[in-house]
Write a protein that binds this ligand. Structure first.
Ligand code: ATP
Ligand code: MG
Length: 366
């Protein structure tokens, strides 16, 4: 539905330096799917989105929406934004301040070629407002809404024309945590029901995991890894991805015995030989990083029968956080974080055995 090929965009700053905002990125968003660009501030997410919308002129690449090429440097095509039939909510959403909430949402409908009856407009606007939970505020002047309400208004305004494609740039960033969580699921369900193909931008990893069919993790203008959420989380391709999404413990080591990707390698670390899952090819002698999620580590106070992938350490900090106990264990020179059951009796100063299961200990590039 959306195909981006070898997209490149640079900016010239006023001081004369050149910013490589987007560097040769390619991805495809399947019809009806929810595709997320995820990455830290400044990695090029908004720029990519704005290129798809036609608000930014790329230097290179090709963008196809449906079966229409909307941009191509080679074929010298650049279709203006209003001819791309795309709904968009910007990071800095702008509501029209001189209008009521209702009028803000009705406005795009009135611009449509197809003339709608005022009854139909009323229906559609009310439906869009109900969807974002602003149903009761239609007659309010738009600037008299809170930040979060204004954000939802911007969303209703983009939804009301029921576009085939929606580009959303951090549309939930101004909502408080509870509402953001509820809106995540509602927005996803809504876009699914309306069968809208969505390209979404966020720097919030939980949001990306919760909402997306696929995620592209970006850093410094490039896509670093692209996969379904489960894979991005469980099988990060590099340390950056593992670190950015969720939290991870890292051990450095050298491959001592390799295996086919999808199987287990033996890696020599300062904590002994560990078996670890190999997602990518590695050779004997390669320096690698092992990454282990805190929730995959289990802790025993008595010596387990097997010493496969078993480490020993001393509990340094144990903090009760309601849903779990966050424990930091000194293992040799390393501090290892583990997430234990909130009722776990483990406490500061305890000598413990840590088990890091091979299937959740993942080898990533150094
Ligand atoms: N108009 C511009 N002029 C110069 N540089 C720009 C311009 N717009 C963006 N950039 C630069 O391009 C890079 C990518 O910016 P972009 O807005 O795409 O990042 P982002 O991933 O959306 O970040 P954030 O999460 O902070 O919104 C940044 O280094 C930014 O400073
Ligand atoms: Mg941005």
């Amino acid at each position: 539905m959306i195909k981006v090929e070898h997209l490149g965009k640079t900016f010239q700053t006023s001081s004369g330096s050149v910013v490589d905002a987007v560097q040769n990125i390619s991805f495809e968003v399947a019809q009806g799917s929810f595709y997320t660009l995820l990455g830290p501030s400044g990695c090029g997410k908004s720029t990519t989105l704005r290129c798809v919308a036609g608000l930014e002129a790329p230097e290179s690449g090709e963008i196809t929406v449906g079966n229409k090429t909307v941009f191509s440097d080679k074929k010298q095509i650049s279709i203006p934004p209003d001819k791309r039939n795309i709904g968009m909510v910007f990071q800095s959403y702008a509501i029209w301040p001189h209008m009521t909430v209702f009028e803000n949402v009705a406005f795009p409908l009135k611009l449509m070629k197809e003339r709608l009856s005022s009854k139909k407009i009323k229906e559609k606007v009310q439906h869009a407002l109900d969807t974002v939970r602003l149903g009761d505020l239609g007659s309010r002047q738009a600037p008299q809404l809170s930040g979060g309400q204004q954000q939802r208004l911007a969303l209703a305004r983009a939804l009301v024309r029921e576009p085939d494609i929606m580009l959303l740039d951090e549309p939930l960033s101004n909502l408080d945590a509870k509402l953001r969580e509820a809106m995540r699921l509602e927005l996803k369900a809504l876009l699914e029901t309306l069968n809208i193909t969505t390209l979404y931008v966020t720097h919030d990893q939980v949001e990306a995991l919760a909402m997306s069919s696929r995620i592209a993790v970006m850093s410094q203008g490039k896509i670093i890894q692209e996969a379904v959420p489960e894979e991005i989380y469980a099988k990060p391709s590099c340390r950056f991805v593992a670190d950015f999404i969720g939290s991870s413990n890292f051990f450095e080591g050298v491959v001592e015995e390799t295996a086919d990707p999808g199987s287990f390698a033996k890696v020599k670390t300062t904590h002994g030989l560990l078996q670890a899952y190999l997602a990518v090819a590695a050779k004997v002698g390669d320096k690698v990083t092992l990454c282990i999620r805190p929730e995959n580590i289990s802790i025993e106070t008595r010596k387990p029968s097997s010493d496969l992938n078993m480490l020993t350490g001393k509990v340094d900090v144990a903090v009760f956080l309601g849903e779990f106990k966050d424990v930091t264990i000194a293992v040799g020179e390393d501090l290892v974080r583990a997430r234990l059951h909130p009722q776990s009796p483990v406490g500061r100063g305890d000598d413990v055995y840590l088990h890091v299961p091979p299937e959740t200990t993942v080898v990533v590039a150094w």
